[in-house]
Write a protein that binds this ligand. Structure first.
Ligand code: SF4
Length: 451
């Protein structure tokens, strides 16, 4: 056992305990400033999922300045996140106090909030593999695995596009007993090189549960075409003790080492949205412990109004990440779901923020890609704002695409200063968008100038 592991086991172990909607009053006792917004949050959290960890309560939210605090906006649902008509309907029915009427209004508001964006429920499930519920195969080389025990997070971001999972309105779960089906699917698809274990957050799972899916990959002979195991997680900043405390964390890191010894690349895709997340000593210790296994941490996050919509914040974040040995990887555009009206940043502003931030960091931080939209056809980056045949235009590019031959090729749409998502963009006159309303690409696109 390595020294760091011994040291970790000798420290007192704090078990994760979620703070949920039922503990809102307790939270107001702990932080009296919160009492002022308590009833508002109680109402809004009927629609949006709510969960905090002790780490975000104690390290990230600044309770003495809630109105201006980015983490308050990130983590605590308020009525401002709803459109006027939804706010009024919810207030009225809550005043009445009839639980069945409240739940009917709540359900109708939720269904208006596009709970399943980018066809994630239907488009990405492997064809003819109905028993593989909880597996998505969107791009040839990568499959996503959603273990059933990993469909929550240590805390919930209010803008999250997976919010429908947290309120039980989704069956995007992969039961552990189905692991054998998953392995045989991988065996049939030698084009797959990467397995992305995601959620929710797979790091909410006990290591023993994760091992049921991943331990076989610790043998280099097992499915040797799988080169990379990626984990999509926000635990590093929402519950870093997952990697620093207790035997379970040591077992997790030992599994990373075994995977790496078997020749797999372990990529820890850390969701980090704000430089404040990089400050706590526990976070820094967790980063070191993961890196010591040989795993590489890459960072990614969406651009969110009221949270991180500033070029300076992004530049600071990327600089600090490079300093900690974390590779800046993606800036995303917030998806068209949930309270998107509240959080969205217009694409033109997103491009300017990215451009300014990236021009203020060294080459080592320019590994970051974006701003990028994960939409039906693939991941689309905004590469620039230009003029095409006298028309102001967005210059776009598929970073990833269902049609691999379209990856990396630029295309153009009319500039629209209000557009905040791909569907809102219009082709330049005479050109046709290359996908249909189901997000499937039609033909090689006349939008592509080099064809
Ligand atoms: S941590 Fe990720 S999956 Fe979990 S609520 Fe936040 S954005 Fe969603």
């Amino acid at each position: 056992m390595m020294d760091a592991e011994k040291e970790s086991m000798s420290e007192p172990f704090e078990k994760y305990r979620p703070w949920t909607r039922n503990q809102l009053a307790e939270l107001a006792d702990k932080h009296p400033e919160f009492s002022e917004v308590l009833s508002d949050v109680q109402m809004a959290s009927r629609v949006f999922p709510f969960r905090l960890s002790a780490h975000v309560i104690d390290n990230l939210i600044r309770w003495n300045d809630l109105e201006e605090d980015p983490f308050f906006h990130l983590l605590i649902p308020t009525m401002d996140m709803l459109e006027e008509r939804h706010r009024e309907a919810l207030r009225e029915v809550c005043l009445g106090g009839d639980e069945s009427k409240i739940s009917s209004v709540v359900n109708s508001i939720r269904s208006d909030l596009n709970p399943h964006p980018a066809g994630q429920m239907t488009l990405n499930t492997p064809e003819g593999e109905d028993h593989l519920n909880g597996v998505q195969h969107k791009y040839p080389e990568t499959v996503l695995l959603f273990p059933s025990a990993g469909q929550t997070c240590h805390a919930y971001c209010t803008y999250c596009f997976r919010w429908a999972q947290f309120i039980g309105d989704s069956d995007l779960r992969f039961a552990q007993k189905e692991a054998e089906y998953f392995f045989s699917y991988l065996q049939k698809h030698e084009e797959i090189t990467d397995v992305l274990v995601t959620g929710g957050d797979p790091m909410v799972m006990r290591t023993k549960m994760l091992q049921k899916y991943l331990e076989p990959f610790c043998d280099s002979e097992f499915l040797p075409h799988i080169n990379t195991i990626r984990f999509g997680s926000r635990a590093l900043t929402f519950w870093p003790k997952r990697f620093t405390e207790g035997e379970d964390s040591n077992e997790l890191l030992a599994m990373f080492r075994r995977l790496i010894s078997a020749g797999r690349h372990v990529a820890f895709m850390a969701h980090i949205g704000h430089p404040r997340e990089l400050e706590s000593p526990t976070f820094k210790k967790a980063v070191k412990r993961i890196q010591r296994t040989g795993a590489v941490i890459r960072s990614q996050a969406p651009l969110i109004a009221g949270f991180n919509d500033s070029a300076d914040l992004w530049a600071q974040k990327w600089r600090k990440e490079v300093n900690l040995g974390i590779v800046p990887y993606y800036m995303f555009i917030a998806r068209d779901t949930g309270a998107q009206q509240y959080f969205k940043v217009p694409l033109s502003d997103a491009f300017e923020i990215y451009q300014e931030a990236v021009s203020n960091v060294t080459g080592l931080a320019r590994t970051v890609r974006g701003p990028s939209m994960s939409c039906g056809p693939g991941k689309v980056a905004i590469d620039g704002i230009s003029e095409i045949d006298g028309v102001k235009a967005f210059v776009l590019r598929f970073i990833q695409c269902r049609e691999p031959e379209l990856v990396g090729r630029p295309f153009f749409t009319k500039f629209d200063e209000h557009a905040s998502w791909f569907d809102e963009l219009e082709p330049i006159d005479g050109q046709v968008l290359p996908w249909d309303s189901n997000g499937r690409l039609k033909l090689p696109s006349p939008l592509l100038r080099d064809e």
